[in-house]
Design a protein around this ligand. Structure first.
Ligand code: GLU
Length: 517
């Protein structure tokens, strides 16, 4: 059987990491097996459908590097790929006809009040809640015809056969079984004639010749209904692959802090597509060895359902940060400059930081959105015109930065006319008695010697140290770093002096004197 998988989202909001992982497993499995990956939009719940969300799903998946072979945006042999359009095309009607004619399903005319009452009675009697038949499951054809002739609204429900075990053979979990007496009769067609997810998904999986259904563990409880419908229609079952739930680092439900955020936000924060893909693939799946860093091709080559676990997969943002930082370090400064420019100019990045409000619950570094955007824009400006200077600056910061967004602040002192001074840094070093004079003398010295190489800058500072009787270099380098960068940490001092260049160094040392107290 050829491999055909589908990612079948209901676009009602943002694309989150859970759905992204399902889409990624679909993609990896399809590519590994020379199969087809299909995007199908499950939009039969018209009240919750959101066209922008569909677009965002497509864009986000494209950004991560998940490609489809068929879909609403691509067409294909089983078009249309939106269920609302499939309904319009009359694709479900003949199957519904079969369902009713063969008694696979039945019309149920219960009013919402009657359904409420049924649920209440079940709760009071501590019975399983759900629709197990009521007065319509076995109603006579005359009774049904009468209700219909009165124009009473009805839904079509699946008639789950009672008194048996419903068994599925899940690709990860193995055999799972249910007592069919406890599986309620799901609605297949709503009162407005729209198919429900249960009906449309099963029909489409069959018509689109889907071989494997990858989906989240939360759908396990729907599986007995699905196989019951498939079996009663006499269709072949796809292989169900119920992927493990994603939990936070502490094992609890995924929260915002762990990454229950919009996939596009990861792009805006400066995560790169490949490490993100790598990270997401490793939540609940392992290549079977200790490898943690896998390229997109290695992910495909190693992907195997056997490597999927049944137990919850952990979302660990530290691991993503590490993978992202590592990918950044592996790039050349020139490539990184180009990536950064594209990143900063993206409307997703601009929009995100324009409206950014730091949320302590998010687990993100505490940064200011306006400052981030301002420094990123400065960087982008330089990236367009001052290639060598920009590459040198990026090259120095590349070792420490984990997200593209953080390059703005990290590189800011290279691109600002005068560095933004961090008050703590000023307070710590500029009150010491030797500093004011030292900055002046060093500035003169740097200028008169036209220093340009790291060792030349170093020599000037070391000379000053010995001629002024300082035992250690600390009292010299720390204030100088603050004068040049505005802060107490950063790349190697001699190297950053070289990048800034003689003129800027001399000027900044002199200017900083006014901050001494
Ligand atoms: N439309 C369902 C969802 O939004 C898809 C479930 C499935 O893959 O069967 O998650």
């Amino acid at each position: 059987m050829s491999v055909r998988v589908r990612f079948a989202p209901s676009p009602t909001g943002y694309l989150h990491v859970g759905a992204l992982r399902t889409a990624l497993f679909d993609e990896l499995f399809a590519r590994k097996n020379n199969g087809k990956n299909i995007l199908r939009i499950e939009d039969t719940d018209r009240a919750r459908y959101n066209a922008e969300s569909e677009q965002e799903f497509i864009e986000s998946l494209k950004w991560v590097g998940i490609d489809f072979d068929e879909g609403p945006h691509l067409g294909g042999p089983f078009a249309p790929y939106r269920q609302s359009e499939r309904k319009e095309f009359g694709i479900y009607a003949p199957i519904l006809k079969r369902v009713l004619e063969e008694g696979i399903g039945y019309k149920a005319f219960d009013t919402p009040e009657e359904l409420d009452e049924m649920r209440l009675t079940q709760q009071i009697n501590k019975q399983p809640t759900g629709y197990f038949g009521g007065e319509w499951r076995d109603a006579s054809p005359e009774k049904v015809a009468e209700a219909e002739s009165e124009g009473r609204p009805y839904v079509v429900r699946l008639k789950v056969q009672r008194g048996k075990r419903i068994v599925i053979d899940d690709a990860i979990r193995g055999r799972i079984e249910w007592d069919s007496n406890l599986v309620d009769d799901p609605v297949l067609i709503k009162a407005d004639g729209m198919p429900t997810y249960h009906f449309a998904a099963i029909v489409d999986d069959h018509l689109m010749q889907i071989s494997h259904v990858f989906r989240g563990e939360e759908w396990v409880s729907s599986a007995p209904k699905h196989v019951e419908l498939i079996d009663q229609l006499g269709w072949e079952r796809p292989m169900f692959v119920h992927c493990p739930v994603i939990v936070g680092k502490t094992g609890k439900k995924l929260s915002k802090r762990d990454g229950a955020t919009r996939v596009l936000d990861y792009m805006a924060k400066g995560y790169l597509a490949n490490p993100l893909k790598n990270f997401i693939a490793l939540i609940g799946w392992s290549p079977g060895d200790n490898r943690e860093e896998l390229s997109p091709q290695e992910l495909i080559d190693s992907f195997d359902i056997k490597g999927l676990q049944a137990s919850p997969g952990k979302f660990d943002i530290d691991k993503l940060n590490w993978l992202n930082g590592s990918a950044i370090r592996q790039m050349s400064a020139t490539d990184l400059r180009k990536v950064l420019l594209e990143y900063v100019e993206s409307p997703v990045t601009q929009g995100y930081w324009q409206t950014y409000e730091y949320d302590p619950e998010s687990g993100d570094p505490a940064v200011d959105g306006d400052r981030t955007l301002e420094t990123l824009n400065l960087l982008a400006e330089a990236a367009k015109s001052r290639h060598d200077y920009c590459d040198a600056a990026i090259g120095l910061e590349q070792e420490r930065v984990q997200r593209l967004a953080d390059f703005g602040e990290a590189c800011s002192f290279f691109f600002e006319d005068t560095p933004t001074m961090h008050p703590d840094a000023v307070k710590k070093w500029f009150g010491q008695p030797h500093v004011k004079n030292m900055l002046h003398e060093l500035s003169q010295e740097v200028a008169s010697r036209s220093c340009s190489k790291p060792e030349e800058f170093e020599a000037v500072l070391r000379n000053w140290q010995t001629s002024n009787g300082f035992e250690k270099l600390g009292p010299i380098v720390h204030p100088v770093r603050v004068a040049l960068t505005g802060r107490t940490f950063g790349p190697g001092l001699w190297e950053l002096m070289e990048v800034l260049g003689n003129e800027k160094v001399a000027k900044r040392l002199e200017l900083a004197r006014s901050l001494c107290f």
